[in-house]
Write a protein that binds this ligand. Structure first.
Ligand code: GLU
Length: 472
């Protein structure tokens, strides 16, 4: 395909702020971002907030927070369509004066009746061009009107879709769509074209729920004497049950994934692979994604969201990221749990011990809460492990720990080994009561790491408390 090499590639993400930011939309944003980056182009963020009733500031914030969290930085914007109404009006006037648009005075009533008749005749409901050629007789001067686009009556629109291939639509299938409502406000199809045109968008990647809009938008481009962008329509993301992924299936909004303890890189890697491939490769750095991304390798068929695979990737990145990189992400989850970090080990120590053991950062914070909060026993574990036999063992380990010179992992390990021999028990018989006595439950990192994280003072104080609790 011919391409002007002097034209800078420009993509955009154009969400409507009417709810949460669905991860299907995030995948669209990611692909637009990657495509722009790969081609040394520009990525624009545009908030399509023309639906005044459904758009909210809260939803705008969710979009901005989600994009920032993921690191999908935009080169321009965010532009807000509500700030551009005057510009849309100007283009509508231009289309009227060039004969590409007209005022339509048809009442709702008339249009409803027209529709009913067409339905009865089993023909596709469509505007009957009543006002296309002239203003109907006896129309009062102040009669309300909408502005309709004069769609070409014959010929075809051809979309060279970069994902789905060539799609042809006959113009007589398309309506004279409304460009401006009776109150003068522009409709989605008009404002999108004006923006894509004026913002110099060269490539539009969006969900295939918009595919019916594309021939209409291309016709408006042509009427403006402009070249439409290259379009690519992404198939939707399905849940494992084959239905469109929604909240019913668990998390569907990007910030829910943040709250659930996913790393942004894991989610980006997962979404990149969901519907796109580069050989068999599963793990991609962001640089690799930029380097390898190619719209021709996007799958035209819908992809199924697999939470297990996302968890696997998240675990991979938790394991392989350095402590420094993980720190701010982990800190977020500790703060969320209300843990006072001054009351326990350093986060860096926690991460070092826990990073091999968890699949999410939320899990890391939850499993580390015991090091910062008061000792709370899990009732079943307490019942099972804090018994008379354990009391004897706990007294010995208390004594040995109390005499320990250094509270380092190796020393603690040696101390535990030595105590096992001294009282003649195997690891579980010592470690499990010791865990319950110090952190309240039976699951924790290795016993030496647990004691190291807890620190001398807390370990000994909690052991005392637990020993006193056990009645012989
Ligand atoms: N604002 C539209 C949406 O959120 C997207 C428009 C477009 O990509 O052309 O569905």
């Amino acid at each position: 395909m011919w391409m002007n090499l002097n034209t800078m590639i420009c993509t955009r993400f154009a969400p409507s702020p009417t709810g949460y930011l669905h991860i299907g939309s995030v995948r669209t944003a990611l692909y637009c971002w990657l495509f722009a980056k790969k081609n040394g182009g520009k990525f624009i963020l545009r908030i399509e907030d023309t639906d005044l009733e459904r758009s909210t500031q809260e939803a705008v914030n969710v979009i901005l927070d989600g994009m920032n969290w993921l690191g999908l930085s935009w080169d321009e914007g965010p532009y807000y369509q509500t700030a551009r109404f005057e510009r849309y009006k100007g283009v509508i006037d231009q289309l009227i004066s060039t004969g590409h648009a007209y005022k339509c005075y048809c009442s709702k009533d008339r249009l409803e009746k027209l529709r009913e008749v067409q339905m009865l005749k089993k023909i596709k409901p469509k505007y009957d061009y009543h006002c296309r050629h002239q203003v109907p007789e006896n129309t009062p001067a102040d009669a309300p009107f909408v502005i309709r686009f004069k769609n070409p009556l014959d010929g075809f629109v051809t979309i060279e879709d970069s994902i789905k291939g060539k799609i042809e639509i006959a113009n007589d299938e398309l309506d004279d769509l409304i460009l401006a409502r009776t109150d003068g406000s522009p409709t989605y199809n008009l404002s999108v074209v004006v923006d894509d045109w004026e913002m110099g968008i060269t490539h539009v990647l969006r969900g295939d729920d918009h595919i019916n809009n594309t021939p209409r938008q291309m016709n408006i481009f042509h009427a403006l004497g402009a070249k439409p962008p290259v379009y690519g329509h992404l198939p939707m993301i399905l849940a494992l049950d084959g239905k469109k992924l929604s909240k019913r299936h668990g998390a569907a909004s990007v910030l829910e994934f943040k709250e659930a303890g996913f790393l942004p890189h894991a989610l980006l890697n997962y979404l990149a692979r969901l519907g796109w491939s580069h050989g068999d490769q599963e793990i991609f750095s962001i640089e690799e994604l930029i380097e390898f991304f190619d719209t021709h390798r996007i799958n035209a068929a819908p992809a199924a969201f697999n939470p297990e695979k996302l968890l696997w990737l998240n675990q991979h990145y938790i394991k392989t990221y350095s402590v420094e990189v993980l720190l701010p992400h982990v800190a977020y989850h500790f703060e969320k749990l209300g843990l006072d970090l001054s009351k326990g080990p350093s986060l860096a120590d926690i991460i070092l011990v826990q990073k091999e053991r968890v699949k999410t950062l939320k899990e890391m914070a939850e499993k580390s809460a015991c090091f910062y909060s008061e000792l709370v026993y899990e009732p079943m574990a307490k019942e099972k492990f804090l018994n008379a036999q354990a009391k004897k063992i706990l007294k010995v380990i208390y004594h040995n720990l109390d005499n320990l010179q250094n509270w380092e992992k190796e020393d603690l390990h040696a101390c535990v080994q030595h105590t096992m021999q001294e009282v003649g028990v195997k690891m579980p018989e010592l470690a499990q009561p010791l865990r319950v006595a110090t952190i309240g439950d039976t699951t924790s990192p290795s016993i030496d790491s647990t004691l190291m994280l807890l620190g001398r003072e807390k370990t000994l104080a909690r052991l005392t408390q637990s020993i006193q609790l056990i009645t012989e």
